[in-house]
Design a protein around this ligand. Structure first.
Ligand code: GLC
Ligand code: GLC
Length: 642
């Protein structure tokens, strides 16, 4: 029903805050009813609901007033370009400030290197205050608004953002929504026994509820932090800690927590962040008897955040880091009436994992079986595509996708894990199992792109041919992420093929977490090798430069629901067509270690086929053969046919 009282409230708000901006008022009017129903749907029966709803509305107005003129201009510019983040011109990189450049202040001097590569979008890994040794790479936050001393200050960050903006580059940072460090102010007050702050977390006097909940909650770090609860001596209570024992889960059944964290989202928005990465959004709502992941209330809260952001800081897009099962990931784009009003981006963790699957088996059928699910992404939302990131690789695709390819899921996954952790006889890959669960035998995988592609063992063996093969594999993986649709996010170091770094084993704050093996410390002396003819660094860097330049030049690569996967004619070669306004480009990938042939018939998949095509990668012109004739692929070769 039309809520006239609510509209009056808005009118008063605008008056009290002396807001003049008509576009802001329009956006607010458009979203107000949904903001109201979402908030009250969750918090309606809470005694503080009315007050906190008022705080939420004030916080939206304040965020608008705090937004700088420069950012408001940028918002308008983004809006004019349609959905700005669907563009093929964006190419990102994730990096740790300390491991890449030491400090925020050193980042500007590294921009020429990134520009040379073609990267124009930076994801700075967590920057905010986090206790040494109990930091989880910055994902255990002690203060959401104070930059970690080692990295610099908030003003350094502001200055760097301004520098990026001048260069028309984009910035992404994380908001760790699900938990805080146990050193966060709220946790410290909770430890002191202050009830108000104990209600910011999930705290229990005994093991009764924790025991019941542990029965259905999967463990995230079963080796280093088994179970989902930790006993805190000071408070003499059991605290919910889904991730590490030092990361306390925030209690979103408490509307104060929500309103405080929304304030932090706005704080980041007004720093000039173009995309905010919501860390672990799948976990923000817990309910006894469930896995406590992907619950409807989690989606409702994310939609509420999104709608508030749409009103106050509309230029900032949202990435949801939901590394869950394929069909579940899709829900983070919003469903039904809220499609494209939840997360603008989601990690394409499914595609990432099936790429690694295909590389290990040389068989692309599982990748193919996953696509019908991924194609359901709504127009207007997009993927973050990647081959590697700072986290482990989970083989999170569905069993049926494996079964449909004729494999047995358990055996198949065991093979993939053995292949990449280096235990399968003769495997070229050097990685490690991560988070082995002794109860279920589940495990995920760590390892750098290069080491998983066999470069580390090839270098050790001093085998030039194997080195070449591993470079081909690296490029095959990167090319697919670059062209499959969405914003490609490189992981720093991969552009020059860093292999695993085992020095983390010497650091007690890191040695329990083998994800550190693939988080390199950049050696800038070594970076000079990108100019040394024939070096591995040069080969990979130059190829990445070319892939990026190609991506930017091809309009068909804007993510406009313009990908069609080709029918399979060879179990090792997969491909898709990207199209835009009459232009068509075919992208074909051979995941096999042997040469393959593919019938020219594939080019019939979608209407009349051309007489001639150019391979934009090898620069060959190919005459399209008859249906019974073949185009050829070297091992791990990909082709881009226009
Ligand atoms: C996210 C991060 C991961 C971290 C976890 C807990 O998944 O990517 O690195 O360990 O959240 O914050
Ligand atoms: C799980 C979580 C994901 C996190 C990862 C860290 O996969 O779903 O959010 O990044 O663990 O290892």
């Amino acid at each position: 029903m039309y809520n006239s009282a609510l509209q009056k409230k808005l009118y008063e708000l605008i008056k009290t805050h002396k807001i003049k901006d008509a576009a802001f008022q329009e956006r607010f009017t458009a979203n107000l009813d949904d903001i109201y129903t979402h908030f009250h749907g969750i918090y309606g029966s809470h005694p503080l609901a009315a007050d906190l709803f008022q705080s939420l509305l004030n916080s939206i107005c304040q965020a608008h007033l705090d937004r700088s003129e420069a950012l408001k201009k940028r918002d308008i510019k983004k809006e004019k370009n349609g959905t700005w983040f669907l563009s093929q011109e964006l190419v990102g990189m994730s990096l740790y400030v300390d491991r890449f450049a030491g400090q925020i202040n050193n980042l500007p001097s590294k921009l020429p290197y990134l520009e040379k590569l073609g990267v124009n979008f930076l994801h700075l890994m967590p920057l905010f205050k986090s206790p040494e040794g109990e930091s989880d790479g910055g994902y255990a936050v002690e203060d959401f608004r104070v930059v970690e001393d080692r990295l610099g200050t908030i003003d350094d960050l502001r200055a760097f953002q301004a520098e990026l903006q001048k260069k028309d580059m984009y910035l992404m940072i994380d908001i760790v929504l699900n938990h805080t460090s146990h050193h966060h102010e709220w946790a410290k007050l909770a430890k002191k026994g202050i009830k108000e702050y104990q209600d910011y977390f999930y705290m229990y006097d005994d093991r009764r509820i924790p025991d019941l909940m542990d029965e259905t909650m999967p463990e995230i770090f079963p080796e280093s932090s088994p179970g989902s609860f930790t006993y805190d001596e000071k408070a003499d209570k059991w605290v919910m800690t889904v991730f590490h024992h030092y990361q306390w889960d925030l209690n979103y059944t408490n509307p104060k927590v929500f309103v405080e964290m929304l304030g932090n989202v706005f704080f980041y928005a007004n720093l000039g962040v173009d995309v905010v990465r919501i860390d672990a959004p799948a976990f923000i709502w817990k309910q006894m008897g469930t896995t406590c992941q992907n619950l409807p209330e989690a989606h409702q809260l994310l939609q509420l955040i999104k709608m508030c952001v749409e009103v106050a800081t509309p230029g900032m897009a949202i990435l949801g880091e939901a590394i869950v099962a394929p069909a579940q990931i899709m829900e983070y784009f919003g469903t039904g009436r809220y499609a494209t009003h939840e997360c603008d981006f989601a990690y394409n963790a499914t595609q990432m994992a099936v790429q690694w699957d295909a590389l290990a088996t040389g068989d692309i059928r599982i990748m193919n079986n996953a696509q019908h699910e991924l194609q359901r992404k709504p127009l207007g939302a997009t993927w973050l595509t990647y081959t590697r990131c700072h986290d482990d690789i989970g083989l999170g695709y569905d069993d049926y996708m494996i079964e449909q390819a004729g494999f047995t899921p358990y055996d198949h996954r065991s093979y993939i894990k053995n292949y990449y952790s280096g235990t399968f006889p003769g495997t070229p890959a050097k990685g490690a199992l991560f988070a082995i669960n002794p109860k279920t035998q589940d495990a995920r995988l760590s390892g750098s792109l290069a080491s998983l592609c066999g470069l580390e063992s090839a270098i050790e063996a001093k085998d030039a041919a194997l080195i070449q093969t591993s470079i081909d594999k690296i490029l095959l993986m990167q090319a697919q992420s670059m062209f499959v649709g969405g914003l490609p996010m490189l992981f720093y170091g991969d552009e020059v093929a860093y292999t695993n770094d085992y020095s983390y084993l010497q650091d007690p704050g890191k040695s329990y977490d083998n994800r550190w093996m693939h988080r390199p410390i950049i050696d800038w002396k070594r970076a000079e090798l990108i100019d040394k003819k024939g070096s591995i660094e040069q080969q990979v860097f130059q190829a990445m430069q070319r892939l990026i330049a190609l991506r930017k030049s091809l309009k068909v690569l804007a993510d406009l629901k313009n990908t069609r996967w080709l029918e399979i004619h060879n179990n090792s070669v997969i491909g898709f067509e990207r199209f835009h306004e009459g232009e068509k480009v075919f992208f074909l990938f051979n995941f096999s270690a042997s040469p393959q042939a593919l019938t020219w018939y594939v080019l019939n998949s979608f209407g009349t086929r051309p007489a001639q095509v150019t391979d934009l990668w090898t620069k060959e012109t190919l005459t399209v053969g008859m249906d019974h004739e073949y185009m050829h692929f070297a091992p791990y070769q990909f082709r881009i046919l226009k």
